[in-house]
Design a protein around this ligand. Structure first.
Ligand code: PLP
Length: 391
């Protein structure tokens, strides 16, 4: 049976054209891009082409792009660099709904004598910019706020935040891992200091990312060694994956408008159908301002994990808002920060689509979900109570 893959915020399928561009650099063209000889030089030139392709996707200059091993490394590097570049300042501001790549790094920095402010969000997952402005002080080194949330797809007003921070000498990093390639991202308009992106969210392979660092920014490398990446990130380059990221960026840039139309139409069709056919279902997050490919829906009174297991039997891949840690169900920190009721947090499912998602796949999910929800509600004590009330 064919897999119906609606978990594209977790990772995406590598585009065949991306793989085709990469393969020669894993076989015949294996030279080291730092070598003096022509054999290595041709690899170096291809890496520089990839840098141009990635820069073009976010309207940056190629020299402002540093290749990293993943989105997590880009996030860690940005925050660490900002802190190291401003040694007299100890304050970091972030939000309660960041990905662990930022959140856990900030917890770590909090244990290293840094002061961290975690901004709250409202029921729709939106940030209160006044709270951010009130949190700023002369000791603030960096503000790190995600562009789009990986669980709900809610988009933060990064451009407005940058404007409010302008001229205060505070570095502004945005984790745009979920936004790049899904919505237009233009660093010249956004005026952020640093921006993270990741290859495997945009149909490039896993294990490759990039960090945009605005020209003129004081930068302190996180990985120290050789002079690769203009002495900003040491280590022999992951050549094939860099080339893959470049190609994926080019494909994403050229197809962005069409992809937005495609995934948002399918996402809306799925969402509207499920809200109609599944009682006590609700969408989590600001529906007016979110990624076009993401729907986070709570099916109250049942466990998200139970839904996922049943979907899995039909080869349908999605993800839940809870992570199963050490035998206990840990509800999503994002939905909890939004104040989503307990019964809804536990029954939340994230569907995330891609350019490969088809109408037929969405039809199958629309058909099967109400059956699964009804069946699980009959098994759950809360659900049975609700069903008997509805009769
Ligand atoms: N930031 C966000 C918002 C993400 O969704 C992810 C991955 O899910 C990351 C960072 C980490 O990226 P990577 O998996 O490339 O380390």
């Amino acid at each position: 049976m064919q897999v119906i893959y609606l978990d594209n915020n977790a990772t995406t399928r590598t585009d065949p054209d991306v793989l085709a561009d990469m393969l020669p650099y894993m076989t015949d063209l294996y030279g080291n891009p730092s070598s003096m000889h022509t054999f290595g030089g041709q690899v170096h030139r291809k890496i520089e082409k990839a840098r141009e392709q990635v820069a073009a996707l976010i309207n940056a200059e190629p020299s402002e792009i540093i290749f990293t091993s993943c989105g997590t490394e880009s996030d860690n590097t940005a925050i660490m660099s900002a802190v190291e570049a401003t040694p007299r300042k100890t304050h970091i501001i972030t939000t309660r709904v960041e990905h662990p790549a930022v959140l856990n790094f900030c917890h770590h920095m909090g244990r290293k004598a840094r002061r961290v402010t975690y901004l709250s969000v409202n029921n729709a997952g939106q940030l209160n910019i006044d709270e951010l402005i009130r949190s700023l002080d002369d000791d603030t080194a960096v503000v790190s706020i995600m562009y789009a949330n990986n669980e709900t797809g809610v988009i933060f007003p990064v451009e407005e935040i940058a404007e409010r921070l302008d001229d205060r000498g505070i570095m502004f990093h945005t984790d745009a891992v979920q936004a790049v390639g899904k919505v237009p991202v233009d660093v010249k308009r956004l005026k952020v200091t640093m921006l993270s992106l990741s290859g495997h969210k945009i149909h490039a392979p896993k294990g490759i990312g990039a960090l945009y660092v605005r020209k003129g920014t004081r930068f302190s490398p996180y990985i120290i060694g050789g002079h690769q990446e203009n002495s900003r990130r040491a280590g022999t380059e992951n050549v094939a994956s860099i080339i893959g990221l470049g190609k994926a960026a080019e494909i994403a840039r050229k197809g962005l408008d069409e992809e937005i139309r495609h995934v948002s139409r399918l996402r809306d069709r799925l969402e509207q159908a499920l809200l109609k056919t599944c009682p006590d279902a609700r969408v989590n997050g600001d529906t007016a301002n979110r990624l076009p490919n993401t729907a986070n829906i709570s099916f109250e009174y049942i466990e998200g994990e139970a839904i996922l297991l049943r979907l899995n039997e039909f080869n349908i891949c999605a993800s839940s808002g809870s992570a199963c840690t050490s035998g206990s169900l840990e509800p999503s920190h994002v939905l909890r920060a939004m104040g989503v009721p307990y019964t809804a947090v536990h029954g939340s499912i994230r569907f995330s689509l891609s350019r490969y998602t088809t109408d037929e796949e969405i039809d199958k999910v629309i058909h099967i979900m109400p059956v699964i929800v009804k069946e699980l509600r009959q098994l759950s004590p809360f659900g049975r109570e609700k069903l008997s009330c509805q009769r």
